[in-house]
Ligand binder design. Structure first.
Ligand code: PBG
Length: 327
């Protein structure tokens, strides 16, 4: 047959396929989310997320060794405090759970890179991401508390802060607070494009942060929208965000691609708790090959434009990369 253009020619063996690969990924781009709580000797399994735990500070330090040994270089830290109040004041307590965990971790594992999630929902008695006025989250009043929280994380050793609350203007407020205190060089990774999503369900169980009434739809984005994602991303870049995150990951590949094309800063994506839970459940039932699904999903997220992938599979992925399953 006279067929001069044959795409299959470049697929004939693994060496060639690797040569012409369009997406290359590295463990340097992986971030592993971790949960730390009060107490000692604790390593509490998170039911809907097999293999993920809530650690007390002592066991957290041991777990960080596993992270380092796996070849992952960065973590995203979440705190689960013992005390909550209406305005989330334990979020910016210099002796709060995240602040103490950070100080201990920086000392025990100085080579890891520490990003902290900045939000109030784990710290408020009502579980919303900001300060309430009646049933509504008050945007402007929340900014001050978020900025104070970010500063306290940085003072405790955070290398980067990642606000996830979705208040308007919080990147500018945090940037100003950090700059006013001499932390011009600490980057902000903004959860700029964060949809109101059922995929966060297992996380809320893990962090005890489900809202006690209502939902997060007045601040997180409506998943019917894409142009709004571009607006959110542009606003946060203007306010000084160094990295823009799109979240969740896999169901939002279209948004990730569009946002990556629209902004001139790196983009990150967060393959969230519900995505992890679904893969784990299907694999445990024997319906899918976990390693293959995890590899393919990770490559899809990088192919859609992400420079950084935040995932509960970070350690496994680093292993698959080292084995050459993906690259
Ligand atoms: C805090 C926060 C959430 C997640 C990251 N930061 C929960 C939420 O917004 O309800 C979700 C992460 C995950 O599901 O893995 N606001």
């Amino acid at each position: 047959m006279e067929l001069t253009k044959r795409p299959r020619r470049l697929r004939m063996n693994q060496t060639l396929r690797s040569m012409v690969r369009e997406t290359r990924i590295s463990a340097d781009a992986l971030v592993y989310p971790m949960f730390v709580e009060e107490g000692s000797g604790k390593k509490e399994p998170i039911e809907a997320m097999p293999g993920q735990y809530r650690y007390s500070i002592d066991t957290f330090l041991e777990a960080l060794q596993e992270v380092e040994d796996a070849g992952v270089r960065s973590i995203l830290l979440f705190g689960i405090p013992d005390t909550k109040d209406a305005c989330g004041s334990s979020a910016y307590d210099p002796n709060g759970i995240v602040q103490r965990a950070l100080r201990a971790a920086k000392e025990a594992h100085p080579n890891l890179y520490y990003i902290t999630d900045v939000c109030l929902c784990e710290y408020t008695s009502h579980g919303h991401c900001g300060i309430l006025h009646g049933q509504q989250v008050d945007n402007d009043e929340t900014l001050e508390v978020l900025a104070k929280t970010a500063l306290s994380h940085v003072e405790a050793g955070a290398d980067m802060v990642a606000p996830s609350d979705m208040m308007d203007g919080r990147v500018a407020a945090i940037r100003k607070m950090l700059d006013d205190h001499g932390h011009q060089d600490v980057p902000i990774m903004s959860y700029a494009v964060k949809y109101s999503s059922a995929f966060y369900g297992p996380f809320r169980e893990a962090a005890g942060s489900a809202p006690s009434f209502g939902d997060r739809k007045s601040y997180q984005m409506d998943f019917h929208n894409r142009r709004e994602a571009l607006r959110e991303a542009a606003l946060d870049v203007e306010e000084g965000a160094d990295i823009i995150m799109v979240k969740p990951g896999l169901p939002y590949l279209d948004i990730l691609r569009e946002v990556t094309d629209a902004v001139d800063v790196p983009t990150a994506t967060y393959c969230v708790s519900g995505e992890y839970a679904m893969i784990k459940a299907a694999a445990a039932a024997g319906y899918v090959d976990e390693a293959a699904i995890v590899c393919e999903s990770a490559v899809a997220l990088f192919r859609a434009g992400a420079s950084i992938l935040i995932t509960y599979f970070a350690k496994e992925l680093a292993g698959y990369l080292a084995e050459g399953r993906i690259g």
